[in-house]
Design a protein around this ligand. Structure first.
Ligand SMILES: Nc1ncnc2c1ncn2[C@@H]1O[C@H](COP(=O)(O)OP(=O)(O)O)[C@@H](O)[C@H]1O
Ligand SMILES: [Mg+2]
Length: 443
């Protein structure tokens, strides 16, 4: 039997065809979508890889920049000259280790502060860096005296340059400077050497002439004193004469020590032992003179090997005693005497250093250049020979002596000594004549 096709059957066939087409299309879209998705995933992967590469490059660059910054930092830290940079506002942006050392300031205290609040020229003019910024011109090798806000005064030689960015715009100024104080001091000392030699020779003659009659006066006065009873007013007068001759004898003895050629007797000695003996004498002297209110601190930091040096212990003890006595005499209202030892940071001056620090009156700025001169004294009963003798003893050991002082706060004397001064072969006179030759070359 043949069945008539119904409209429903027709519709069904049509619909199946459409559905198949729709499925096919859907399949195609799905395939395309899948393809796009894969493409997108590949793209994301590529971008990820690019980003990882970029990150690695960036991290390399940051590391390189970090190493460069560290390198520049160590470079600035290692150079012997002071380097200070400021921005356009005059604020300090760089202050290297040598600047800290020369100007005795901490970088952390000055960074970000205006340079004119920290450093001033002694003649009152603005700091060289600000002048350079104002003028827009570099300046080279300018010698001048500067002062810090802490009252430290230094002779320095500076060069200042403008700092430019990549577009040649000025963004600050940088000063490179070196400490001239020691060179100037050395020149002055060498110039004085000739004068000292002449004074020394003359003093020796005078001291000899005075000493003999002086001993006679002292002896006869002592005999005379015995003839008077304690109640006799003449006894007091004679005692005054005896005291006067004793003082004069002390001066003459110091004069001879200063004037005579210094012959060293060198052996292996412990610095701490020399200082302990010195401080024993200082304490005894204070007791005898009824001085109280001075506290003595010992800070001996040298290990056993560094503590041992070749020197003339007796002479060095005399030098340290003179320095300690000056320290005590400067603390009229009491205070602290600190005696310390340390290894020297700068081996150009010696291997070890002995510091003698007081909290006394300090030294007036205008007297700073004079205190080592023979016969220079600010004391009523001073001879002015103490430091001249100290200098002579230290120089004979091929050592160096420096001091820093703040009026009203105190003074520290630093004696730099060599472990082996090789001075066994020289007398002081040999050395003196050598410094004389040097001074002629410098003149
Ligand atoms: N520690 C010190 N504190 C203050 N002033 C000092 C100190 N040491 C030395 N001086 C100054 O240096 C001068 C010279 O010292 P010195 O040569 O020992 O001679 P004197 O002690 O006989 O005066 C002293 O008169 C004093 O003005
Ligand atoms: Mg003295």
């Amino acid at each position: 039997m043949i069945m008539e096709s119904t409209p429903l059957n027709t519709f069904s066939r049509c619909q199946t065809t459409d559905l198949t087409a729709a499925f096919n299309q859907f399949n195609q879209y799905t395939l395309r979508l899948e393809e796009s998705y894969n493409q997108l995933q590949n793209r994301v992967k590529a971008i990820d890889e690019e980003m990882a590469h970029a990150n690695a490059c960036l991290s390399d660059k940051v590391q390189a920049l970090d190493s460069l910054t560290k390198y520049l930092h160590s470079l600035l830290g290692s150079i012997h000259s002071g380097v200070i940079a400021i921005n356009l506002k005059g604020e300090i942006s760089t202050f290297n280790r040598a600047s800290e050392k020369i100007l005795r300031l901490n970088a952390s205290d000055v960074l970000g502060k205006r340079v004119d609040a920290i450093i001033k020229s002694s003649n009152g003019s603005a700091p060289l860096m600000l002048l350079t910024l104002k003028r827009g011109r570099n300046c080279i090798d300018v010698k001048r005296q500067i002062e810090t806000d802490k009252g430290l005064s230094k002779w320095v030689e500076s060069s200042v340059s403008l700092i430019k960015d990549a577009h040649d715009n000025t963004i600050g100024a940088v000063e490179v400077f070196r400490d001239l104080s020691e060179i100037r001091e050395l020149e002055t000392r060498l110039r004085k050497a000739d004068k000292l030699a002449a004074i020394g020779a003359m003093s020796a003659c005078i001291a000899h002439e005075i000493r003999n009659p002086l001993n006679g006066i002292e002896g006869f006065s002592a005999l005379l004193a015995r003839d008077f009873s304690d109640s006799d007013p003449r006894k007091k007068l004679v005692k005054n004469i005896i005291q006067g001759t004793k003082n004069l004898n002390k001066t003459v003895t110091e004069l001879l020590v200063f004037a005579r050629p210094l012959k060293l007797s060198i052996s292996d000695c412990r610095i701490s032992e020399i200082l302990n003996k010195t401080l024993f004498f200082v304490a005894e002297d204070m007791k005898q003179k009824g001085i109280s209110g001075i506290h003595i601190i010992k800070e001996f930091t040298l290990d056993a090997a560094s503590d041992m040096i070749r020197c003339d212990a007796e002479k060095l003890q005399q030098a340290f005693l003179n320095l300690c006595m000056n320290a005590v005499q400067s603390m009229t209202q009491g205070g602290v005497l600190t005696v310390f030892t340390a290894k020297t940071e700068d081996h150009a001056y010696g291997d070890v250093l002995v510091g003698i620090k007081d909290t006394g009156t300090g030294i007036k700025k205008e007297l700073v250049g004079k205190i080592f001169d023979p016969f220079f004294t600010t004391k009523h009963e001073g001879t002015g020979l103490g430091l001249a003798i100290v200098n002579k003893i230290v120089e004979a050991h091929n050592g160096k002596i420096f001091f820093e002082s703040l009026e009203g706060s105190g003074t520290t004397f630093y004696t730099h000594l060599l472990k082996n001064p090789l001075c066994d072969l020289y007398t002081f006179d040999d050395m003196f004549s050598k410094t004389g030759e040097l001074s002629a070359q410098f003149a």
